[in-house]
Design a protein around this ligand. Structure first.
Ligand code: HEC
Length: 444
């Protein structure tokens, strides 16, 4: 009896202590920072849209909802084989193989029925879309109040306006959201108090909730501001939203934390869909603005699929010497890509990357050293600019392999650390950024 009573006490006292911990001032502060909507101040009298973080991640699987959401992911039912993922080449008439055409169209169809592109923002037809926590903490890059866009990175203006004889850069701001299946992962990755949750096994360096589940769709709208007098030809009549972003673009003036409300163009939309059949577990897809489509057409018709990528093409240049190179067979591009930027040797990239990069090349570097996030992505300095020359396959032999979570790409020569201490985030660079921010700001 006594034993039973003390056992109950051990359990309940421990349990209560745990509860108290959770309600401590530190934890409350942690949660407030993690789930902040935006970093900037809403000016008096502002009447436009206001961003509210979508943070009610599903914690438990509701089997009916799970099933009905899964049915909407039509691309998962297209019978693709290993061969399809390894030898996707256009037909002689320039058309894509039917299955891949259907795949890309069903992704676009899914977006069209889930997301409404409006005059000044996105509206959701489906309530199960979510945002990441921890991205409204940094005063320079943190989310702004109108649409929750955060500063991603600068690109040279010459990438958009080749005739511009200027070294100026244009800032890219991004709004990203994760569908129901993405939300299921986020609800595990983060505790309700905004703490990163690790799995007890296998060696303590895996975050809970990953890999992302099949059916995950991540959609990111890339927006550019600070175009000044320049109008890039292919953005003629492109929609613009009003955002509260940096007053000066980096490169055009001093780095400033000051922000102003200004018109900013939607440059393109990037999508990642989780499909475990793919050699790296994902299919990347870019939708770009086509200003040849009449202005009167609905907005979604003016954004066209530019291409998809589902592998690094390890058998093509510069993964192998040019004399041994096979044609690219893990990227498919539509003719509109000729107006935009094509990445390394025909791999998928858009204006937000350079001609020597590709979507997956950047995204495979989403990992950090446990507890001290270091920018794996930027640390790859050399790869940013010179990843597509004749020596890169020797310098970075791992870069062009197809990595699949939980394997973590470890190609950076700069990391003098054991591979065991690397924590991977399954190709999500925004999640990487959120973890970095969490480590920086978490209340100790
Ligand atoms: C130069 C490196 C680079 C290239 C090339 C690149 N990305 Fe990204 N991407 C990033 C970074 C960094 C982020 C996180 C920053 C942010 O979201 O603000 C990101 C974020 C994203 C996100 C938001 C979701 C997430 O969890 O990361 C999506 C979706 C995405 N990219 C898709 C693409 C697609 C599709 C392509 C190719 C057309 C592409 N990216 C090319 C660096 C890159």
């Amino acid at each position: 009896m006594l034993l039973l009573a003390s056992l109950i006490c051990i359990y309940s006292c421990k349990h209560r202590r745990h509860q108290n911990d959770k309600l401590s001032g530190f934890t409350i502060a942690n949660r407030a920072l993690a789930f902040k909507d935006h970093i900037d101040t809403i000016p008096k009298g502002y009447k436009g849209p206001k961003f509210v973080l979508r943070k009610n991640y599903p914690i438990k699987v509701d089997s009916t909802l799970y099933k009905s959401e899964k049915e909407k992911c039509k691309w998962l039912n297209i019978p693709l084989t290993e061969k399809d993922f390894n030898s996707a080449v256009k037909k002689d008439n320039g058309q894509w193989p039917e299955k891949w055409d259907e795949y890309a169209s069903s992704i676009k169809q899914y977006l069209v029925s889930n997301l409404k592109l409006e005059k000044n923002g996105i509206a959701f037809n489906n309530p199960y879309w979510y945002n990441l926590p921890w991205l409204a903490t940094n005063p320079y890059s943190g989310r702004e109040f109108t649409h929750g866009a955060r500063y991603s990175f600068p690109i040279p203006i010459t990438q958009l306006v080749p005739s511009a004889k200027s070294k100026a850069t244009v800032s890219v701001w991004g709004i990203a959201h994760y569908n129901y299946f993405g939300g299921l992962a986020l609800g595990q990755v983060w505790s309700e108090y905004g703490d990163l949750q690790y799995m007890p096994a296998p060696n303590g360096n895996r975050v809970k909730g990953l890999p992302f589940l099949d059916g995950t769709v991540i959609h990111k709208v890339n927006i550019i501001g600070h175009l000044g007098d320049y109008t890039p030809e292919h953005l003629k009549n492109a929609p613009s939203w009003e955002l509260n972003i940096h007053k000066n673009a980096p490169g055009t003036g001093a780095k400033t934390y000051e922000r102003t409300l200004q018109k900013a163009h939607i440059l393109e939309m990037d999508v990642m869909v989780k499909d475990s059949r793919s050699p790296c577990g994902w299919v990347f897809c870019a939708l770009v603005y086509n200003d040849d489509v009449p202005y009167e057409k609905p907005l979604w018709e003016r954004y066209e699929i530019m291409g998809i990528q589902f592998g690094m093409d390890p058998e093509s240049f510069p993964a192998v010497p040019i004399t041994e190179s096979k044609p690219i067979h893990q990227t498919l591009l539509k003719p509109i890509s000729e107006k935009w930027t094509v990445g390394c040797y025909g791999r998928l990239v858009t204006f937000q990357g350079s001609t020597s990069q590709n979507c997956m090349g950047c995204h495979q570097t989403s990992y950090s050293v446990k507890g001290t996030p270091s920018r794996g992505f930027a640390l790859l300095g050399g790869l940013g600019k010179e990843s597509c020359d004749t020596t890169s396959y020797k310098t970075y032999p791992n870069y062009f392999k197809n990595w699949k979570f939980p394997s973590v790409y470890d190609g950076t020569p700069m990391f003098n650390t054991s591979k065991d201490s690397l924590v991977g985030y399954d190709f999500s660079l925004r999640l990487f950024d959120a973890v970095e921010s969490y480590e920086e700001y978490k209340v100790q």
